[in-house]
Design a binder for this molecule. Structure first.
Ligand SMILES: [Zn+2]
Length: 192
C-alpha cells in the first residue's frame, strides 16, 4: 500500500513541490491510493522523515559485496599483502555468469592483468551508484503516509459530495430551481 513510484512529467505539467513549493517535474505516484505527490528530486535523498528508497535485490546484493570487499581491503591492509585472488573470484563467480559476454571480450586483458581488490571495489561501487540512480520505488515515512491517506480520503469525500450536489441539481425540475433560487437578472440584450 505504501508503495510509490517516481515519475517525470513534462515541463508544462510541473506543479509545486509538496515540501518547498518550488515547481517540480518529479512526482511520486501511488497506484493503489491514486495519490500524486510532487517533490523536488533532492528531497528523495537521505530524507527518511519524508521518504525511503526501496532498492532492488540486485542493489542489496551489490551492497553486500561491497561491504565484504571493504572488509577484505581492511584485512589485507592490516596483513600487508596476501592472496586475495581466490577470494575475489569466489565472490564474483555468480556475478560473472551475467557478465559472461563482457568477460569474453576482456578475457585476455583479465588474464594478463587481473583486477586488484581496489579495482573490484571501485567497480562494485560504480555499479551500486548506477543501481541507486535506477531506483524508482519509494516508501513514505509512516507519518507522511498517514497524512497522505487522510488527505486522499478528504479529497474523495469532497468529490463524492460534489457529485451528490450535482446529481441533486440535475434531478431538480427547472421550475423548482426558479422557485428555490433567485438567479441574477440578465441585462437586456436589445438596447434602445
Ligand atoms: Zn521541494
Amino acid at each position: 500500500m505504501n508503495n510509490y513510484v517516481r515519475r517525470q512529467v513534462a515541463p508544462k505539467d510541473m506543479q509545486p513541490c509538496s515540501i518547498c513549493h518550488t515547481p517540480s517535474t518529479t512526482v511520486l505516484y501511488n497506484d493503489a491510493l491514486k495519490d500524486v505527490l510532487y517533490t523536488c528530486p533532492i528531497h528523495l535523498q537521505d530524507n527518511p522523515s519524508f521518504v525511503t528508497p526501496v532498492h532492488s535485490e540486485e542493489y542489496a546484493a551489490t551492497l553486500a559485496t561491497l561491504q565484504r570487499l571493504q572488509q577484505q581491503l581492511k584485512a589485507e591492509a592490516s596483513k600487508g599483502s596476501g592472496s586475495w585472488d581466490t577470494w575475489v573470484n569466489r565472490v564474483f563467480a555468480k556475478k560473472g555468469e551475467e557478465d559472461k559476454k563482457e568477460e569474453k571480450t576482456e578475457k585476455k586483458e583479465d588474464e594478463s592483468t587481473p583486477a586488484t581488490l581496489q579495482e573490484q571495489y571501485s567497480q562494485t561501487l560504480d555499479r551500486l551508484t548506477a543501481l541507486q540512480q535506477q531506483t524508482r520505488r519509494y516508501k513514505l515515512s509512516d507519518t507522511m503516509f498517514q497524512h497522505r491517506q487522510q488527505a486522499r480520503r478528504q479529497q474523495e469525500l469532497a468529490v463524492a459530495r460534489r457529485q451528490r450536489e450535482e446529481a441533486n441539481y440535475s434531478n431538480t425540475a427547472p421550475e423548482d430551481l426558479e422557485r428555490n433560487f433567485s438567479f441574477p437578472s440578465v441585462p437586456s440584450g436589445d438596447p434602445k
